[in-house]
Ligand binder design. Structure first.
Ligand code: C5P
Length: 413
């Protein structure tokens, strides 16, 4: 796994996991190894992870590994627990959130009936904190009426269920029952502990650089990685929005986000225009080519024919078009990648394209903008003082952008 990114210092844009005490319960399934990565991601986001393993879990992964990647040593014992004489209530009472990943059919059944026979089940019964259960088991077990019934009951009680995915299972079987990815599980934790201030709001985001064909094999492209747009989509989804991401790149889709793949400015324009009219929020984070070849050759241009004369024409300004037809109440956000006169250039685009917010970044600065995992931006709104967001992970910058969008929407009400 890559090293953790710098975490935001500005307290308004820290992850909702920052400083939270999260109990991570691991039960006995082959997917127990994935709990290690869940722990590491939670710790990287600033959480304090208290790991508990059932006896069966220890047959799949050692306590040493999880202890090393959590915030404190793994607890396994209800009795003779060195941390407290009353672990059966203490651990659950002190938690902000409990995640069980993977959760076996046995744990799910025990939790449903309140059968508190070990440290993890006691902790689940003794907590008032929200609980996320991430089942993982063979398809036959996952689809068994008893498991379905237990899951339904837990859901009715307010337990958050992160459904298993379909895929390869232990023993070479394929089907539903594979533990959700660590990314999905951590996203669920962010949703549960986050502000849910975009609940039910429809958000359309564009991401990546467009690619304009010169011939059958060559394109005019740019250095945009799409990472900032994906981070905005992920942040909006984690706060309850229904998100569509119109993308030219094939990064992993953020949990819960619908991705529409496009390549050229023309494809992006039609995808954005058809979706934007019904959206509450539109964020144009894509780096759209300003020019494209007038006529792309159908086949491959031959070297032996000499240096080609490629005639370019301007692409449509998608964002300006969206600005001119913007429905009332919609929040329209653009980006401005600049190398000089950042604020003045961005302000001109804010006005000209009729935007509610423009996110300007100096792409010539180190670790900023295209392809990096970090960004530093200035947020500009009509008639308001520019707000600078210092270098931080793109997800933290996304949080700052979404916070501002929420502020604008609150002002619009
Ligand atoms: O004018 P400039 O290209 O710098 O504006 C950048 C903003 O406009 C970005 O939000 C980008 O997605 C959008 N844009 C667009 N269509 C273009 C060029 C840029 O929507 N043809």
């Amino acid at each position: 796994m890559p090293p953790p990114l710098p975490r935001a210092t500005n307290e308004t844009i820290v992850s909702p996991l920052e400083g939270k005490r999260i109990v991570l319960g691991v039960t006995g399934g082959i997917a127990a190894y994935k709990a290690i990565e869940v722990s590491r991601r939670l710790v990287d986001a600033g959480a304090h992870v208290v790991p508990i393993m059932t006896e069966a879990a220890q047959h799949f992964v050692g306590t040493t590994t999880l202890s090393a990647l959590a915030s404190e040593p793994v607890q396994t014992e209800l009795w003779h627990n060195p941390t407290t004489p009353i672990p059966h209530t203490k651990v659950g009472q002190g938690a902000d959130l409990i995640i069980v990943a993977p959760a076996t059919a046995k744990l799910i059944a025990a939790y449903r009936i309140g059968y508190s026979h070990d440290l993890l089940t006691n902790t689940l019964i003794a907590t008032r904190a929200p609980v996320i259960v991430c089942p993982a088991m063979h398809t036959e077990m996952w689809e068994h009426p008893s498991v379905e019934d237990n899951i339904d009951t837990l859901r009715e009680r307010g337990v958050h269920i992160v459904e298993p995915e379909s895929g390869r299972l232990a023993g070479g079987d394929v089907g539903a029952g594979r533990l959700a990815s660590p990314e999905t599980i951590v996203a669920a934790a962010e949703t549960v502990l986050g502000p849910a201030d975009l609940d039910g709001v429809s958000v359309v985001v564009s991401a990546g650089g467009t690619r304009e064909p010169i011939d059958a094999v060559r394109v005019i492209a740019n250095r945009s990685s799409g990472k900032q747009g994906y981070a905005i989509a992920a942040e909006a989804a984690s706060r309850g929005a229904e998100v569509t991401l119109v993308s030219t790149v094939s990064l992993a889709a953020p949990p819960g986000v619908e991705v529409v793949a496009v390549e050229t400015a023309a494809e992006m324009q039609s995808a954005m225009e058809s979706r934007a009219s019904g959206a509450d929020v539109v964020v144009m984070a894509a780096a759209v080519a300003d020019f494209r070849p007038v006529d792309a050759a159908g086949g491959k241009l031959k070297k032996r024919d000499g240096v080609p004369q490629i005639v370019l024409e301007p692409t449509p300004d998608i964002l300006a078009g969206l600005g001119s037809t913007k429905p009332s109440g919609q929040v329209l956000v653009g980006f401005a990648a600049e190398t000089d006169d950042l604020v003045a250039n961005a302000e001109a685009k804010l006005t000209k394209k009729r935007l509610d917010l423009i996110v300007a970044n100096d792409v010539s600065a180190p670790a900023v903008g295209f392809a990096h995992d970090t960004n530093a931006v200035t947020l500009l709104r009509p008639g308001a003082k520019p707000v600078e967001i210092d270098l931080a992970a793109k997800r933290d910058v996304a949080r700052a952008v979404i916070n501002t969008i929420v502020e604008i929407r609150t002002g619009n009400d």
